[in-house]
Design a protein around this ligand. Structure first.
Ligand code: GLN
Ligand code: ZN
Length: 750
């Protein structure tokens, strides 16, 4: 058996690429210097992968920013507005990635979307009537040759034509099928060139196949691949899928003349069944994704071997379930993490060893197996029996709040006596340099806890004074004590581990460092009560308590796998519920529980949305707020307004108020709210906080009027569309003043 991977992280084990690209943006280094850093990172990657014993290496999985953008650029799928800037190829590439403002013109970036069910984001290829698909780039050829010069015969990786067309955005009445012929011709010419250069395999990534496929989808796939596979120019073609199984296209994939099929045996629930019941063609190689490319846990070799033994294929290549892009580089960079934890972790580099270990075991050398068995024979951690019992004892009634929404709404109206169109914010205020410096000093031990807290208290005081001065109705404390809405809670709860360098690329130069859920989650002390109570003491207006919801905490962490996500989420929900009740007990009457990341982990197949996710995620949220008094108002917040398709589930969260991003989506969600008689009161963001632009008073007033055309006056709240943490103080002050002034103006017109 041989071993390979689908792709490797490219940001650098200490984020070298991120820093180099940012320096290039600031013109601190030249394009040549950037290219050198990139080449060095590629060299290190190939060396690491080869040294680990992986037999088939990949190339072109590297990217300055995003491989989907690389593919579009290679194929001349570059909208006119970028070409018109007349920039160098590299700068045109970055202009698409992040917009351009300068001597050559002013354009915004291509739109960016989440890459399937991951936290990675890709740039959306844009097709229009002018798009002339043809090979104009050389990156894939260059990187193949670069590796070859270093002695590695690699398998170039490229986004497949089908997924490319499926991910595209289509302007000016164009549609994917309009581009079939040109795309086939372009890929055919890539086959030709790669074959001439000496490549033997080409990997075409087709993750779009794991989503629900219609007849028309499969037809498009056939129209692309039938002609392409009719002449492969001597190249072997691997159709690589990941993030799920290919139940809709398995028959088609096995019937077409691919040389290899890459299947995901980790996230693909039906993959094993498919190959067992339908069989696997004797003349194809099965690239079996058995090592999890997304988690950070060491694999249990016995289980993996049992799986591999069931795969009925003549030729198997062992690989990961998806690109290792989604995991950090190596646990070698974690100096502070105790060995008792580390021994259970496997990041990208360690996963390479897992693949070769499995290969060795299959070849009769079971030294690695023995060590792995010994590890899994001992219990990983001490369980928190109290929490386990608490979750087990949950009853249906614990997930429902009494009295009903309508009764609560009436009670709360009397309780708070807020004006029509109450104004508020989403929670955080600008994290200025001073705020970040204070935290850094405290972390480095340069100031005491008391000094750190006092600084934050002063910030809270100024923030409350500001909100009172401009006349907001429901205030917040500003979240100065939080660096990140998940890490902050993770650090205060039992059961989480934190890393120093376990960065994962989120998009372009942005990386995240998710905490690891290690054990049973519990709360041993109040988390936010002191700040909220202090802030409330400064004002007679209601102060919103501010918490992160259990689903978001789970989704932005690396979850456990020895228990279900549902189980972990319920543990977190109970911890946050205790915090809610403590806030209530201490006089906080409005509590916001953010579920910024609820939507993003929807399963890829619609048929799984409820049964696999929403059926436990929504109740977990309800559990958090189910025990409060009718007078206590529960708010929630979601970052994206793209939840028209799960609107019932959102209403079913049974929050009293929900705020969400709406300004960029042109308030289209409001139509859905109107049609579906959405009961929850709503605060559709009246301006876009992702931009430093200040909305004028009349602009905000116009937006409020638009909202009032669709949503009953009594149900509407007025707020920005997300937290203000990343904004500057000047624009925040001006924007919020305009929001309050506009609201007052509209109130008078009512
Ligand atoms: N309360 C959080 C804040 O204001 C919400 C952030 C978010 O939705 N991403 O920062
Ligand atoms: Zn948000």
């Amino acid at each position: 058996m041989t071993t390979t991977i689908i792709g490797y992280p490219r940001i650098g084990s200490h984020r070298e690429l991120k820093f180099a690209v940012q320096k290039y943006f600031k013109q601190e280094i030249t394009a040549e210097e950037l290219a050198q850093t990139a080449a060095e990172l590629r060299r290190q990657n190939w060396q690491t992968i080869s040294a680990a014993g992986i037999t088939q290496l990949t190339s072109n999985d590297f990217s300055y920013y995003d491989t989907t953008l690389d593919t579009a650029t290679l194929l001349n799928i570059v909208p006119k507005r970028y070409k018109a800037l007349n920039l160098s190829p590299l700068d045109e590439y970055f202009a698409q990635a992040r917009g351009y403002q300068g001597e050559h013109g002013d354009v915004t970036a291509l739109s960016m979307k989440k890459w399937f069910n991951t936290n990675y984001h890709y740039l959306v290829p844009e097709f229009d009537a002018d798009t002339d698909v043809k090979v104009v780039g050389t990156k894939i050829f260059d990187e193949y040759q670069e590796a070859k010069k270093q002695g590695y015969q690699t398998r170039p990786v490229l986004l497949g034509p089908y997924t490319l067309l499926q991910l595209g955005a289509y302007e000016a009445d164009t549609k994917p099928a309009d581009f079939t012929q040109a795309v086939v011709a372009a890929y055919d010419s890539i086959f030709t060139t790669l074959a001439e250069l000496g490549a033997d395999w080409l990997q075409l990534d087709e993750p779009a196949l794991v989503k629900d496929q219609t007849e028309a989808d499969l037809e498009l796939f056939t129209d692309l691949y039938k002609p392409l596979l009719a002449n492969k120019h001597g190249l072997k073609i691997l159709a690589q899928t990941y993030f799920g199984d290919v139940r809709d296209s398995y028959d088609l994939l096995t019937a077409l003349d691919f040389d290899g099929l890459g299947l995901d045996f980790v996230e693909g629930d039906e993959t094993l069944d498919l190959v067992k019941t339908k069989g696997f063609p004797a003349d194809k190689t099965l690239f079996a994704g058995v090592i999890n490319g997304k988690n950070i846990w060491k694999a249990n070799y016995d289980k993996k071997l049992a799986l591999i033994h069931q795969i009925p294929a003549n030729a198997i290549v062992l690989t990961t379930s998806c690109s290792l892009l989604h995991v950090p580089y190596t646990i070698e960079n974690e100096e502070k993490l105790a060995p008792k934890y580390k021994q259970y972790l496997a990041f990208a580099k360690e996963k390479l060893t897992e693949l070769t270990d499995l290969d060795h075991v299959l070849n009769g050398d079971d030294a690695a197996l023995k060590a792995n068995q010994a590890l899994f024979a001992t219990p990983r951690y001490e369980e928190n029996q109290a929490i386990i019992d608490q979750v087990a004892a949950l009853k249906e009634a614990d997930f429902h709040r009494e009295p009903s929404f309508d009764e609560r709404a009436a009670i709360q109206k009397a309780e708070f006596n807020l004006p029509e169109l109450p104004t508020t914010t989403i929670g955080s205020f600008p994290q200025t340099r001073e705020v970040r410096r204070n935290r850094a000093k405290y972390k480095r031990g340069e100031i005491t806890k008391a000094q750190y807290d006092q600084f934050n208290r002063d910030q809270i005081k100024a923030c409350v004074e500001f909100q009172e001065k401009i006349g907001l109705d429901v205030l917040v404390h500003g979240e100065y004590e939080r660096n990140d809405m998940v890490e902050y809670f993770g650090e205060k709860l039992d059961g989480f581990l934190f890393t120093q360098n376990a960065w994962v690329q989120s998009y372009g130069t942005r990386c995240v460092k998710p905490p690891i859920i290690w054990g049973d989650v519990s709360r041993n002390a109040p988390i936010t009560v002191a700040e909220s109570v202090y802030a409330q003491s400064l004002t007679d207006k209601p102060m919103k308590g501010m918490l992160t919801g259990p689903v978001t905490i789970l989704n932005w962490s690396f979850p456990r796998e020895d228990i279900s996500k549902k189980e972990t989420t319920l543990q977190i929900a109970l911890a946050i519920q205790a915090e809610v009740l403590d806030l209530e007990k201490n006089g906080i009457k409005i509590i916001q529980i953010d579920e910024a990341a609820l939507r993003e982990k929807l399963p890829l197949r619609k048929s799984d949305w409820y049964s696999r996710y929403l059926d436990w995620a929504i109740p977990a949220f309800r559990l958090v707020g189910s025990k409060v008094q009718p007078t206590t108002q529960i708010h929630t917040h979601m970052c994206y307004s793209e939840f028209g398709d799960i609107i019932d589930a959102i209403d079913d969260m049974d929050a009293d108020v929900i705020s969400f991003e709406a300004s960029r989506a042109d308030l289209t969600l409001l139509d859905t709210l109107q049609q579906d008689h959405f009961k929850t009161h709503v605060g559709p963001g009246v301006y876009d906080i992702h931009s430093p632009r200040i909305p004028s008073e009349s602009e905000v007033a116009g937006t409020i009027h638009k909202i009032l055309k669709k949503v009953p006056l009594n149900n509407v709240w007025i707020n920005p569309d997300c937290g203000l943490k990343t904004r500057g103080t000047t624009e925040t002050t001006a924007s919020l003043e305009n929001v309050v002034a506009a609201t007052k103006q509209v109130r008078q017109e009512l």
